[in-house]
Design a protein around this ligand. Structure first.
Ligand code: 13P
Ligand code: SF4
Length: 325
């Protein structure tokens, strides 16, 4: 590690101590960010952990909706994110006003008798804005979506958004017929089926581990489907020495750190001429750098603010998730 990085790490650690700040990082962030974090986790674990720590400042190294979720859960704490531009293509694919219309259109499409009863239950993936969470009955993450949907009344009409791939997968494992919003993550929806089939042929018997945001044909070729944390735990528990991985490549750092004697083979994305990079990295997660973490702790900005009215509406859908998890 060069001196610059070491210097930043030391400065970040002493600033965090001085300001009683706790640093959180998602598994998709850069290795050096995961190294300085007090807590690394998937979106569920990060939200749960935020409610348990004693701190004045929470620094969320991930993407914007993760900071918002923390702020909603911990309104009295200062929540900082290193880069305000660290968004999420999936959260962006579902605007609150469009979801509101979608719910209305669905209600209006029901025959009078059905439509006049209790409205549909709106289930939203955590990768959504605070405004969308405010329209939601229960939030889910990839860790708990099946468990929570299983607890909903069997005859309930359910609207699920925004990730269509995750929603289809949950429909298939719960036997539900949820109405799905047509959103997707640009990283997970671009894994190449052809490349995966080739990797499987070259590595017979090697298990494929995939995140449920991947497209159905990729999931159909996978042996283990789960959240980043579930995939990581599988690699630790499994006696196997090699795995094919279909999720954002940041998780490979934690897998390799936990299992130094195992090999992880990433599935490459489809390459579209002139569009994006040919890697499976989330550029939003990569916006978290040591320099930005340092500056955000030093200047205590950018800070996440959620309007009171939105936060008050959104919190019940997040708390319902935490109690049903
Ligand atoms: P996890 O819930 O597995 O952390 O995933 C979050 C995410 O952004 C996946 O792209
Ligand atoms: Fe959003 Fe996809 Fe990045 Fe996850 S990997 S934060 S879903 S853009």
């Amino acid at each position: 590690m060069d001196l610059e990085k070491k210097e930043y790490i030391n400065k970040i650690k002493s600033l965090a101590r001085e300001k009683n700040a706790v640093i959180f990082a998602h598994y998709y962030t850069r290795p050096e960010i995961q190294e300085i974090a007090d807590f690394i986790g998937d979106s569920l674990a990060l939200a749960q952990q935020a409610t348990r720590v004693q701190a004045d400042i929470l620094v969320m190294c991930g993407v914007h909706f993760m900071g918002e979720t923390m702020k909603i859960l911990c309104p009295d704490k200062k929540v900082l994110i290193p880069d305000m531009n660290a968004g999420c293509s999936l959260a962006d694919s579902c605007k609150a006003e469009d979801l509101k219309q979608f719910i209305e259109d669905y209600k209006n499409s029901l025959p009078f008798r059905e439509g006049s009863g209790v409205g549909p239950i709106v289930v939203s993936y955590v990768n959504t804005t605070a405004e969308v969470k405010a329209l939601t009955d229960v939030v889910v993450t990839s860790s708990n979506a099946k468990k929570i949907v299983d607890q909903l009344p069997k005859d309930a009409k359910i609207i699920f958004g925004p990730d269509h791939n995750l929603g289809s997968y949950i429909n298939s494992v719960t036997g539900r017929n949820m109405i799905l919003w047509n959103g997707a993550c640009h990283v997970h929806s671009r894994f190449s089926l052809e490349a995966l089939l080739q990797l499987k042929a070259q590595n017979p018997g090697v298990e494929v581990l995939a995140h449920p945001e991947c497209k159905t044909p990729i999931l159909a070729q996978s042996d283990v489907i789960g959240s980043t944390k579930a995939l990581l735990e599988h690699t630790i528990k499994s006696p196997a020495k090699r795995f094919i991985i279909a999720t954002e490549s940041g998780i490979l750092f934690e897998m390799q750190r936990a299992c130094p004697d195992k090999e992880f083979i990433p599935v490459p994305p489809e390459v579209t001429e002139g569009v994006g990079c040919s890697c499976n990295e989330c550029e939003y997660m990569r916006m978290n750098t040591l320099e930005k973490v340092y500056n955000c702790l030093l200047h205590e900005t950018p800070e996440i603010h959620v309007p009171k009215e939105t936060a008050e509406k959104a919190i019940s859908s997040i708390q319902r998730m935490l109690s049903m998890s």
